[in-house]
Design a protein around this ligand. Structure first.
Ligand code: C2E
Ligand code: CA
Ligand code: CA
Length: 543
């Protein structure tokens, strides 16, 4: 058993050495800096650190905070010796993770018994092996990886380092379909494959199904080769059709902390996690900027709601036959305090992924209800104004209750605020069936949004109670082609056959409008008639 002794005071050190050397191997360090160096190399063999808070170069407090920030080193217990009996120092050291105190002058017997008991405790719970290696894959744990990676990059300052992260798309699905045993088998297979391809690298099971490797190479990484390798790994996997995603942070900035370095590789991987065609992505500064901007938007969200920075715009819907306004859609924009206007495409997907859209949807809904209430009170002509409800909002538990409450509170008819659901939001499930049913029972009209884009939703069209279907712009864009025209005609007929009104979205030209009129489409919403308008402008264009 070895023990590290960090003490500057010659006399005290001698005393301690004498009382301890019979039973323990004692290593001495003249200051905290040297102590940390020794500890980094021999942490596996060191059972205890005796630390004097008063030291030159790197004092006891600094030593403790640096030691405790590395979880491998942190596992070695520290007993602090203080010369001045200062309770403040003692408290500070305890806060930093020291396990015990010895105050001067030393009583040899007491010192020895305290040291013995701390060492016994440590040895009985000695689980360094478990801290070092992941049980399943045999790769380093994340903590051990950070520790070794720091040393690695520290000593090889001339080398270029890369970090690669490997992730299995929909791994939960694998566990669900094949069971966790097979899932584990896949992970072990992947770790072995990863080991094979990332030779001379430091590998870790970063999290769950994510494997991460740090390695040095002076050649540029070749994206085609990575693609070839992951295809090969996927082909030979224990189960068919696994999709492997790779994020690469090339030529890492070694002045950054390891967690940040790893996060950059992860950031690259996440940027393509929902992309079916791309499997490899490299970290770029733009990606970082984008992520920072997204964090900023999330941070600003609450105050933006409070400061009413989100503005509702209204895009009118025209009756195809009479060319009168018969409805509108509420579309949100973010007006920043500096006047810039951000379009929903830049923040809705983000807020959908983090759940903030639930609050935004409700905010927009409440604003639209208020607008309708004022029109009603002032006896102004009213048309239904539809609002968008995102998939996240649908899954939010009290959505029906909240929306019903708002309508009742404003004392407006339910029909004047229809709800638009996208195809993907309506992708059939029991839960959605239940919620849409409740909304319809409460009196809301439901519009199916973006019909004809993405997934086919004939099931939801059949099962859910829509009053209106909105044909996606992508369908309208092909209306000038023979097959495109047929598809639009069929879609309109399908809607009518199911007793629904049909709205064409994204109509930009007279030709498109004339064509839709001929096909008996009911309503048109598009730039041909009007862009989304500010509330003031929307109020004055009515006919
Ligand atoms: P969406 O619900 O499909 O809304 C229609 C989008 O098409 C709007 O884009 C609208 O400005 C645009 N558009 C309408 N006519 C034309 C046209 O003739 N040509 C072209 N090129 N575009 C046209 P916008 O306002 O940028 O909104 C984009 C999407 O953001 C919306 O697509 C909707 O999915 C989402 N969104 C907007 N507001 C909200 C909201 O309050 N809540 C939720 N959950 N999503 C919203
Ligand atoms: Ca919509
Ligand atoms: Ca739409």
């Amino acid at each position: 058993v070895t023990k590290l002794l960090v003490k500057p005071n010659e006399i005290n050190r001698e005393i301690l050495k004498e009382t301890l050397e019979d039973d323990y191997d004692v290593i001495e360090a003249v200051n905290g800096e040297e102590g940390l160096n020794i500890l980094s190399q021999y942490y596996k063999d060191i059972s205890l650190i005796l630390l004097d808070v008063v030291m030159p170069v790197c004092d006891g407090f600094e030593f403790l905070s640096r030691q405790k920030s590395d979880s491998l080193l942190a596992s070695v217990p520290v007993i602090v010796t203080t010369g001045n009996n200062s309770q403040e120092d003692e408290l500070k050291c305890l806060g930093l993770g020291a396990v015990d105190f010895i105050t001067k002058p030393y009583n040899a017997r007491i010192v020895k018994s305290r040291i013995d008991s701390v060492i016994k405790l440590r040895e009985s719970s000695m689980t360094l092996a478990a801290i070092e290696k992941d049980e399943l894959t045999g790769l380093y744990t994340r903590q051990a990886f950070y520790h070794h990676a720091r040393t690695f990059t520290h000593f090889m300052t001339e080398e270029k380092f890369n970090v690669v992260i490997l992730d299995v798309a929909d791994f939960k699905l694998i566990n669900g379909t094949y069971g966790t045993k097979k899932g584990n088998e896949v992970l072990v297979y992947l770790s072995n494959a990863f080991r094979y391809y990332v030779k001379n690298g430091l590998l870790t099971r970063y999290e769950g199904d994510q494997l991460l490797g740090l390695f040095h190479s002076n050649e540029k990484l070749d994206i085609d080769r990575i693609n070839k390798n992951i295809n090969k790994i996927a082909e030979e996997a224990p189960i068919p059709n696994i999709r492997i995603k790779v994020g690469v942070y090339e030529n890492v900035d070694t002045t950054l902390s390891m967690p940040i370095i790893c996060d950059r590789a992860l950031m690259a991987e996440k940027s393509i996690s929902k992309d079916f065609k791309t499997n490899v992505a490299f970290y770029t500064d733009e990606l970082n900027q984008k992520q920072l901007a997204q964090r900023q938007m999330e941070n600003d969200f609450k105050s933006a709601i409070a400061n009413k920075e989100f503005k509702v715009y209204y895009q009118p819907k025209y009756d195809v036959q009479t060319e009168h306004i018969v409805g509108a859609e509420a579309l949100v924009r973010w007006q920043k305090p500096d006047g810039t206007l951000i379009s929903p495409g830049a923040f809705i997907p983000l807020f959908e992924s983090d759940g903030l859209v639930v609050h935004l949807d409700e905010y927009v809904f409440e604003n639209v209800c208020q607008f309708q209430k004022e029109r009603m009170e002032n006896k102004l002509p009213m048309v239904p104004i539809s609002v968008n409800l995102s998939r996240a909002s649908i899954h939010f538990n009290d959505v029906v209750e909240h929306y019903v409450d708002i309508v009742n509170q404003k004392q407006i008819p339910f029909e004047c605020v229809p709800i638009e659901l996208t195809e993907s939001a309506t992708l059939y499930s029991e839960k959605i069936l239940e919620i849409t049913d409740q909304l319809v029972k409460a009196g809301f009209k439901l519009h199916m949004d973006d019909f004809g884009s993405g997934y086919s939703s004939l099931t939801s069209l059949n099962e859910l109670n829509f009053s209106t279907v909105k044909l996606d712009k992508s369908l309208i864009d092909y209306i000038d082609q023979v097959r495109g025209k047929k598809i639009v005609q069929q879609a309109i007929d399908l809607g009518h056959g199911l007793d629904m009104k049909v709205v064409a979205e994204g109509v930009e030209s007279k030709e498109q409008k004339d064509c839709l009129k001929e096909m008996h489409c009911d309503m048109i919403q598009g730039f041909y008639y009007s862009k989304p308008l500010k509330q003031e402008d929307f109020m004055v264009i009515r006919n």
